[in-house]
Ligand binder design. Structure first.
Ligand code: NIG
Ligand code: FE
Length: 399
């Protein structure tokens, strides 16, 4: 399903001029015929990929860039982030590094601070994080609410998020807020009723944190079904804190993705493999909570569709960097560099049910990046090094 309106909109200019990039050491197109091409060239025209082939055969264009042997690949598609928040929880991170357990309850600290923040403060923080992502090659970003947890604040967060991306997700069911601690049923009714009504105009997706300390499977089912009836696509946070029925519930509900999946049973893997539901792997969470890294091989070998995403949020994973996630996936999760980069591009696009991004086939949106390296495997080989030297959004050279 193509959704041309859904992409980062921090820079809304569109490309009128055409651009040809020549002398590309390695071009990653994800095209079925020629997924990778050496000594390549690519042409962007009208914001789309218009042509690719060998440098010798490259046509002329309005602008010319010489890649000098560097690698060109699709912009990353970050299919899971929580960028609308205020405050800092670095001391929780420090405590976890010293042995403290991660608890979903920390979310309520961010809720309290975010409710107090003005629209301008929230938007400035989120815009800075989008810019940080962009500098690291991310060109399509999903953004969730979930730190408002009132009708007013959830709608406010989603209205602000919708100025940054079309991939907005209503996560009113992140945790039960403190004021409803004694009456969870009333909160679930609020989320699936008045809150959903207020948030749906700004949302493409609905998500529920279905885990210990958050929402039960029955609560999750009723909230997701209400969102689907209102026209939203389903996503789930599941199996982050332990094995549960969340993964098979995601499959039952036809969710586009179930994310985290740190703890999976064999039955979960079988159910995922037989479904259209993607798994969003979030290694920044495992890094920052000291939970075990997911064995991605087990999923890939079973034929499960896998995306790699940042989960950028102030509690469990305060990284905006997909290169960092790729390095962790290669070092700790049994993925090859090609699999990790594919999961951060095509995999993210599939998780968001997009076919216009995450690849550089002719006709794709011209969202691309140039690495200061001859091969994408350097993203894992040179961890922590800022290798993204240029980013193109709709064919426009951003930096
Ligand atoms: O995806 N798991 C639930 N939500 C976030 C964590 C949010 C927080 O700790 O503030 C996540 O990891
Ligand atoms: Fe999350």
């Amino acid at each position: 399903m193509t959704n041309a309106a859904n992409t980062c909109t921090v820079n809304t200019s569109t490309a009128n001029a055409s651009t040809v990039i020549t002398n590309i050491g390695l071009l990653l197109t994800h095209d079925n015929e020629q997924p990778e091409i050496e000594n390549a060239a690519i042409v962007f025209d009208g914001g789309r990929v218009a042509w690719w082939g060998s440098t010798e055969q490259a046509p002329a264009a309005d602008d010319h860039m010489d890649a000098a042997g560097r690698c060109v690949l699709p912009g990353f598609v970050d299919s899971h982030s929580h960028l609308l928040f205020a405050g800092d929880r670095s001391e929780e991170f420090e405590a976890r590094m010293a042995g403290r357990r991660y608890e979903a309850g920390g979310i309520r600290r961010t809720v309290a601070l975010s409710r107090e923040a003005t629209d301008d403060e929230l938007l400035a923080n989120a815009t800075a994080l989008v810019a940080e992502m962009r500098r690291q090659g991310t060109t399509t970003i999903e953004i969730k609410s979930g730190y408002g947890l009132s009708v007013h604040d959830e709608a406010r967060m989603l209205r602000l998020a919708s100025t940054l991306t079309g991939e907005t997700t209503f996560l009113g069911a992140h945790v039960v807020p403190a004021e409803y601690a004694e009456d969870r049923a009333a909160y679930v009714s609020l989320v699936r009723g008045e809150m959903l009504e207020a948030c749906a105009p700004f949302s493409r997706w609905i998500d529920v944190f279905c885990d210990n300390g958050a929402f039960t499977e029955d609560e999750t089912r009723s909230i997701i079904r209400a969102g689907q009836a209102r026209g939203l696509g389903a996503r789930l946070h599941g199996a982050q804190l332990g094995e549960s029925g969340a993964v098979q519930l995601a499959v039952e509900l036809g969710a586009a993705s179930v994310d985290h999946c740190t703890y999976l049973s064999d039955d979960d893997v079988d159910a995922l493999a037989a479904s259209t539901t993607s798994v969003g792997l979030l290694p920044g969470v495992e890094f920052s909570t000291k939970h075990p890294f997911v064995d991605a091989r087990r999923l890939l070998d079973a034929g499960v569709a896998v995306a790699l995403a940042s989960d950028c949020n102030p509690g469990s994973s305060f990284t905006s960097s997909l290169p960092f996630c790729i390095a962790l996936a290669v070092r700790e999760m049994g993925m090859t560099s090609a699999e990790a980069v594919t999961a951060a591009t095509l995999g993210g696009a599939r998780s968001l049910q997009r076919d216009d991004v995450g690849h550089l086939r002719v006709g794709a949106r011209a969202h691309a990046q140039i690495l200061d390296a001859p091969h994408y495997r350097h993203l894992a080989y040179r961890p922590g090094v800022p290798l993204v030297s240029s980013v193109f959004l709709d064919g426009v050279h951003e930096r």
